[in-house]
Design a protein around this ligand. Structure first.
Ligand code: G6P
Ligand code: MN
Length: 463
């Protein structure tokens, strides 16, 4: 089996420890020679990098090389895969993204509404530089990107690197929805093949075909959601996180109002903005929660293991946490409480590496996939994945309601990217005004001006 070189970009991300642990668990099916962590924030990456030393020494002795670095040449030379998860501006800027609109009663969310706009501007600039750097050293690396807001990043990649089919933008949330809801039809995610369309964090499942029988199990799942017992049956508390519990429960309401498809959970921000604003605390947003919980826990975990100098034989032993007798009560299986995040991107890498032709939900250009929306729209749809890259499955025409929503959301995304690359204040304003969470021009201006102020050097000069 060919062995690969892999770089994790955003080595200081709270998701990196899970990714590294998973690399140990999949070493039979996805063997690697070399793992590199890269981050531009040396201090942040350090404890995670040191944690990797302990982890790999014990669980991946076959690994020929492991380094963590802030040097681009070391990080990007001779790479087969770059797993990218960067957060331009970090969590402190996420907090601003969320809090500024909430002051005015507008959705304050990482990727939806104005928050996604501000984060999008920072991300487009950071991703442009990063991809240019990677390509300087590894022209053929598969760049698998998780960085948000993925819809806007994908649109920018299309414009900036139009011929580069080895940049693939992926999101875990649609796949996560399959993991959570397929059990309502007594299925697992792996048993079904999805049909889904939309933009990232903005789409709908319209079929889930049983891989064996070809039967569509989505109607069964919708029926269960409509009956109102889904949350009892599924026990969402498994995620151990109020935000996600609320969000998955809320899907039930969306299905009751639109009972013919299964929406992406993020549709709640666009279809129920008032309820979502009322549910938010303008003084303590998701960014605060993540900083106080996941971020603290992950860094504490890494530091503890570095101090111990070992994992085997301690409560952190991977066999205890992921093995057959894993005790999920005492020690969370995943440090970031989101191991699915790591699983999906590695599954994607395997399909690319070994030409497996599996189906993934990915962001690709509309080249006749949906004939009644704009050509070139960066859709999130089912794609077949092999060594040739991601090939979308034809979807067909969509209904008026979804078409209307998609077109205005895409106009917002496109305007955000153009505004960033052209430094256009006018396009920023248009982007916010066309977004259905904002609408009002005066409000758009107020939010925009505060974002420009708060983002300083992260933003280009808009004129
Ligand atoms: C899901 C989405 C990501 C998003 C994350 C936020 O995984 O697909 O795009 O970044 O949720 O999670 P958080 O715990 O940081 O709010
Ligand atoms: Mn996502």
């Amino acid at each position: 089996m060919k062995k690969f070189n892999v770089v994790f970009v955003g080595g200081g991300s709270t998701y990196t420890p899970d990714m590294m642990e998973l690399m140990c668990l999949v070493k039979e099916t996805f063997p690697v020679k070399k793992i590199v962590l890269y981050d531009n924030d040396e201090e942040r990456q350090e404890p995670i990098g040191q944690y990797g030393e302990v982890l790999f020494r014990e669980y991946y002795p076959e690994l020929e090389e492991y380094v963590y670095t802030t040097d681009k040449a070391t990080a990007f030379k001779d790479m087969d895969f770059a797993f990218v998860q960067i957060r331009a501006g970090g969590l402190p800027m996420r907090e601003q993204d969320e809090k500024i609109p909430l002051k005015y009663g507008v959705i304050g969310q990482e990727t939806c509404g104005p928050g996604g706009f501000a984060y999008g501007i920072r991300s487009v600039l950071a991703m442009k530089d990063l991809i240019e750097d990677i390509r300087r050293y590894s022209p053929d690396t598969w760049i698998l990107n998780y960085s948000n807001p993925a819809a806007i990043v994908a649109e920018a990649c299309k414009l900036l690197f139009p011929d580069d089919h080895r940049i693939i933008n992926i999101c875990d949330v649609a796949i996560d929805i399959m993991d959570v809801f397929c059990p309502l039809a007594d299925k697992k995610r792996q048993d079904v093949e999805p049909r889904y369309f939309g933009l990232n964090h903005f789409g709908w499942f319209t079929a889930l075909y049983d891989k064996e029988t070809g039967e569509d199990v989505l109607p069964t799942i919708l029926q269960e959601l409509l009956s109102g017992n889904a949350s009892d049956k599924l026990g969402f508390t498994a995620k151990n996180d109020d935000y996600w519990n609320f969000t998955f429960n809320h899907l039930e309401k969306m299905v009751k109002d639109y009972p013919y498809s299964l929406p992406n959970t993020y549709m709640q921000y666009y279809l129920y903005p008032q309820e979502m604003v009322e549910h938010s605390d303008p003084n303590y947003t998701r960014a605060n929660y993540v900083m106080d919980n996941r971020e603290k826990n992950v860094f504490a975990y890494c530091r503890e293991i570095v101090k111990l100098g070992k994992m085997k034989g301690t409560k952190h032993d991977l066999d205890l946490r992921y093995g057959e007798n894993a005790d999920n009560e005492t020690e969370k299986a995943s440090v970031a409480n989101n191991d699915a995040h790591a699983t999906y991107i590695i599954e994607l890498a395997e399909s690319l590496a070994y030409n497996k032709h599996d189906i993934f939900l990915l962001m690709v250009k509309n080249d006749g996939v949906i004939p009644n929306v704009e050509e070139g729209m960066m859709l999130e749809v089912a794609c077949r994945v092999g060594s040739y890259g991601a090939q979308p499955l034809a979807y067909g025409p969509i209904g008026t309601f979804e078409k209307g929503l998609l077109e205005s959301q895409y106009a917002y995304e496109k305007l955000t990217v153009e505004a960033t690359l052209e430094g256009s204040y006018q396009k920023c304003l248009q982007a916010l005004a066309v977004n259905r969470t904002v609408v009002d021009t005066d409000l758009a201006k107020t939010i925009l001006d505060e974002y420009i102020e708060a983002n300083g050097q992260y933003f280009p000069t808009f004129s």
